[in-house]
Design a protein around this ligand. Structure first.
Ligand SMILES: Cc1cc2nc3c(=O)[nH]c(=O)nc-3n(C[C@H](O)[C@H](O)[C@H](O)COP(=O)(O)OP(=O)(O)OC[C@H]3O[C@@H](n4cnc5c(N)ncnc54)[C@H](O)[C@@H]3O)c2cc1C
Length: 463
């Protein structure tokens, strides 16, 4: 396994990565992107074990509901790059399982690759979302045929791919880009049914980074995002060669969706787990600021917090149900329940704005206007800000100001905007979660129950 130091050094591999118009040649020491490298390096040190066959505890494939729960809890404490590496490995193994019968050679390549990447302790990011061009048209009918990643040349030893994958979390900080189709493909779209692994430093790969990281000098005003952020990468494949052993699918199109569906499950479970924690944090901030404002016993405030608690508990209940109702595959791996995972993730995403609305309503305008930490230290203003930001004997102005900073950071500033959009879009968007929920809901049982309750049993066979 690699140490944090070895990981930092491994990023000096000729990768072409950009930020705000400039190429970044030294990622670990970059003032903004280096923060994420540092979190990932700490992840390496945390899981480091000596020995040539050591595999990080975060990589463990769960074999039961209890082990799945342990993994979910562990992943709540790791950096995003470590988490997406695990989700990618699980995706690849899930896909291998699903294509094994029809494409045994492809399944073998996947398993060989997983063993190799685990032994080299590399980090993987997930490249699924294509540029997509005109959303109403399929890949093969776009004005620009590169709107979806595709094979542009086939050689004896591999293929050349072209296209772009957008919004890829931590793409510049990993070593390998797991590149898979974003959707199902139709007959004739064989060139778009491509799944492969591409090293970040492969010739032709270019990554443009964006991030919500605050640029303000005093990071104390951004208590959450100031010390940790994950950039997204706009990943361009400008004619990239992929050798055969890294090619997991090159047509037939009917297998394209297997990869995206395999990923969706692990991605949404991660999303659901992190949402369950975020929902509890929103409830916590609502209660803390209500107490600091002296309103925790006021009727309408209590009602709003009760509603937030109910939402938070429903999200956690669906996470628990997804774990408890997991299924075990033929090779002994525990998979979260699809219905509970998707329904929970959907409900959390759809209600995030209602949770934030209650918090903003409860907290007041100082979410946006509380003076900075440096103002509290200024000899002329500090004691006056403390005086007027304080609300009672037990509620000191510094404490209340810091609460407002945390609420603004999480819900009303750059990270807040990122949270609002990401909760809805990440993991495929609300629409995708609705489709999967529909697919797994037992609609026949629901129809049967309706007919029985109406004493219309004679129509049961038709239902
Ligand atoms: C912060 C962040 C991190 C992300 N991380 C990753 C990552 O690591 N890897 C990755 O691959 N992706 C990632 N994503 C991408 C995410 O999965 C997509 O944003 C999401 O799938 C929506 O795709 P889109 O952004 O292209 O929007 P669009 O597909 O344009 O969707 C916009 C709206 O149009 C609707 N729509 C689109 N096409 C159709 C159609 N044909 N018919 C009807 N309605 C349609 C959608 O349902 C949606 O309501 C991330 C996104 C964000 C915001």
């Amino acid at each position: 396994m690699m140490t944090g130091e070895e990981y930092r050094a491994s990023l000096d591999d000729g990768r072409e990565t950009f930020f705000e118009g400039k190429q970044v040649d030294d990622l670990p020491n970059h003032p903004i992107l280096g923060i994420t490298v540092e979190s990932a390096a700490q992840g390496y040190d945390r899981f480091y074990e000596p020995g040539s066959d050591a595999v990080g505890a975060f990589m463990k494939v769960p074999g039961s509901a209890a082990e799945l729960r342990e993994q979910v809890e562990l992943h709540e404490t790791v950096d995003l790059l470590t988490h997406v590496t695990y989700a990618s490995i699980m995706t690849l193994l899930t896909a291998a399982d699903r294509i094994e019968a029809q494409l045994p050679d492809n399944a073998r390549r996947i398993r060989d690759y997983v063993r190799d990447v685990q032994s080299r302790d590399l980090r993987i990011t997930q490249c699924i979302t294509d540029a997509k061009g005109d959303r109403s048209r399929p890949p093969g009918k776009q004005d620009d045929p590169d709107a979806y990643v595709r094979v542009v040349e086939r050689r004896d030893d591999g293929v050349v791919i072209r296209g772009a994958k957008l919004h890829i979390s931590a793409a510049s900080m990993g070593h390998e880009l797991m590149t898979i189709p974003t959707k199902s493909m139709k007959p004739g779209e064989d060139d778009y049914a491509v799944a492969c692994m591409i090293p970040v430093n492969a010739p032709g790969v270019k990554i443009v980074n964006t991030t919500y990281a605050p640029r303000h000098e005093d990071k104390r005003d951004f208590p959450i995002s100031g010390s940790h952020h994950t950039p997204e990468g706009f990943v361009i494949f400008d004619d990239v060669f992929v050798p055969n052993e890294r090619l997991f699918l090159d047509g037939p199109p009917e297998f394209a969706a297997v990869f995206a569906h395999s990923l969706g499950l692990w991605e949404r479970l991660g999303g659901l787990a992190s949402m369950a924690s975020s929902y509890d944090r929103l409830v916590g901030f609502a209660q803390l600021i209500a107490e600091a404002n002296g309103l925790e016993r006021t009727g309408h405030i209590k009602e709003k917090i009760s509603e937030m608690m109910i939402n938070a508990t429903l999200i956690r209940a669906s996470l628990e149900a997804a774990i408890d109702n997991c299924s075990i595959t033929s090779d002994g791996a525990a998979f979260p329940n699809e219905l509970y995972t998707n329904v929970g993730k959907y409900h959390g995403a759809a209600n995030w704005s209602a949770m934030v609305r209650h918090l903003h309503d409860i907290a007041g305008g100082s979410i946006l206007t509380a003076p900075g930490m440096a103002d509290l230290e200024n000899a002329k203003t500090g004691h006056l800000i403390r005086k007027y930001m304080g609300t009672m004997q037990e509620v000191d102005g510094v404490y209340r100001t810091r609460l407002f900073h945390a609420i603004r950071d999480m819900t009303a500033d750059a990270l807040g905007g990122w949270n609002a959009v990401t909760n809805i879009q990440a993991g495929g968007g609300l629409y995708a979660q609705r489709i999967v929920s529909r697919m797994h809901y037992d609609i026949d049982k629901a129809k049967r129950m309706a007919l029985e309750s109406a004493h219309m049993e004679e129509y049961l066979a038709e239902a």
